[in-house]
Design a protein around this ligand. Structure first.
Ligand SMILES: *Cc1c(COP(=O)(O)O)cnc(C)c1O
Length: 357
């Protein structure tokens, strides 16, 4: 058990209106922080007023990007007002897998969970009430050694910040347009694709910028070796429904981020009797299927939007329209069931919910 010290803020911020929230624009009054020093371990857990960090410009994180992050949400149950998390244990397991890859020390899972829950409890009034809104939780770790030599840092800062976020689908679920990236790659076997790190995003920005210029919401990344197999979409994992099979790229090669939403989709689908295959999916298979009338559905999965139906896929200039650019029955089923459990509208038969307060 951490003994978390609390530092009172001098004044509290005005909370934004639910319909102005957007994503990651507003931050709450407090943040959690804890330090690490080699030989000493993690120490000084504290909840302190949200504010700027003062760091030496020679900190390792600024130069060699030794850092990691996580992303999950706290949801308010409409009927009871209870605040709850969705599978935080999965995020914490992933945090430690990311840490291992990045030479960042492991964290006791129960301490991370305690820190998240305590901070959310302190900030419970920041969990918005409107349908589809939530409190986004962003834990992250940065390397704080002050030196320019290339070594794993001996000092780290672990932080958790909170941001109330709006409904992703204020105007109903609209299928997104996705473009296959033909030039750049995001991750390769042996690299950091499976780790949730800023560097992966830094490498993806150029593709994202190109996609946006062409009027597409996000990029579909292909594997970095053969440029043939589908990896994932921007900040989402991807699923296709081809004939009667639901397929999603396998995590085996270590170049895809193992999404908590992805895992939950697979469990949910199997529990409802669908056949789900985690396997290699080539872009050619998807194009070919499109020419013969399938894929019937394609969608992305991630904490932010839960399920994002894909209405158009641009493959080297060929525009493939999927399911008449409408949300399909499997996407809708997953969306309704996952959000139903997250916001406490349907019973949590999977035991995915962690109550906070
Ligand atoms: C976080 C993330 C996802 C989605 O993971 P969830 O745990 O479902 O939110 C997918 N791809 C990338 C690259 C990510 O960073």
């Amino acid at each position: 058990m951490l003994s978390i010290r609390f530092e009172q803020a001098k004044s509290l911020k005005a909370k934004p209106e639910d319909d102005k929230l957007g994503f990651g624009k507003y931050f709450t009054d407090y943040m959690f922080m804890m330090n690490y020093t080699a030989g000493k371990g993690w120490y000084d857990p504290r909840i302190v007023p949200y504010g700027p960090l003062v760091l030496d410009p020679a900190c390792v994180v600024f130069h060699y990007a030794q850092e990691m992050f996580e992303g999950l949400k706290a949801y308010r149950v409409e009927k009871t007002g209870q605040i709850q998390l969705f599978r935080p244990d999965k995020n914490i397991e992933r945090l430690n897998r990311t840490n291992k890859r990045m030479c960042i020390p492991q964290m006791p899972p129960e301490d991370v969970l305690q820190a998240i829950k305590e901070l959310v409890r302190v900030e419970r009034d920041w969990v918005p009430h409107s349908v589809g809104t939530s409190l986004y939780i962003r834990p992250f770790i940065i390397a704080t050694d002050v030196h320019l030599g290339v070594h794993p840092s001996k000092n780290y800062l672990f932080c958790i910040i909170l941001s109330p976020v709006g409904s992703y689908y204020a105007a109903g679920i609209n299928p997104v347009k996705i473009i296959v990236e033909s030039e750049y790659v995001r991750a390769v076997r042996g690299g950091t694709g499976f780790a949730k790190v800023g560097g992966n995003y830094a490498a993806s920005l150029i593709g994202q910028e190109k996609a946006e210029e062409l009027g597409y919401a996000q990029v579909l990344w292909l594997d970095g070796i053969e440029h043939k197999y589908i990896d994932e979409v921007g900040a989402m994992n991807v699923f296709f429904v081809i004939n009667q099979e639901v397929v999603t790229p396998t995590l085996e090669k270590g170049n895809i981020l193992p999404g908590v939403t992805r895992a939950s989709c697979i469990d949910m689908l199997r529990s409802k009797g669908y056949t789900v295959s985690e396997r290699k999916v080539s872009i050619d298979e998807v194009v070919e299927a499109a020419h013969t009338g399938t894929p019937n559905e394609a969608f992305g999965s991630g904490t932010a939007a839960v399920i994002s139906p894909i209405g158009e896929l641009n493959v080297n200039g060929e525009k493939i329209i999927i399911n008449k650019n409408e949300i399909g029955p499997i996407s809708q089923m997953l969306y309704d069931n996952l959000t139903g459990i997250q916001w406490g509208r349907i019973p949590d038969t999977f035991h995915w919910i962690e109550p906070v307060c």
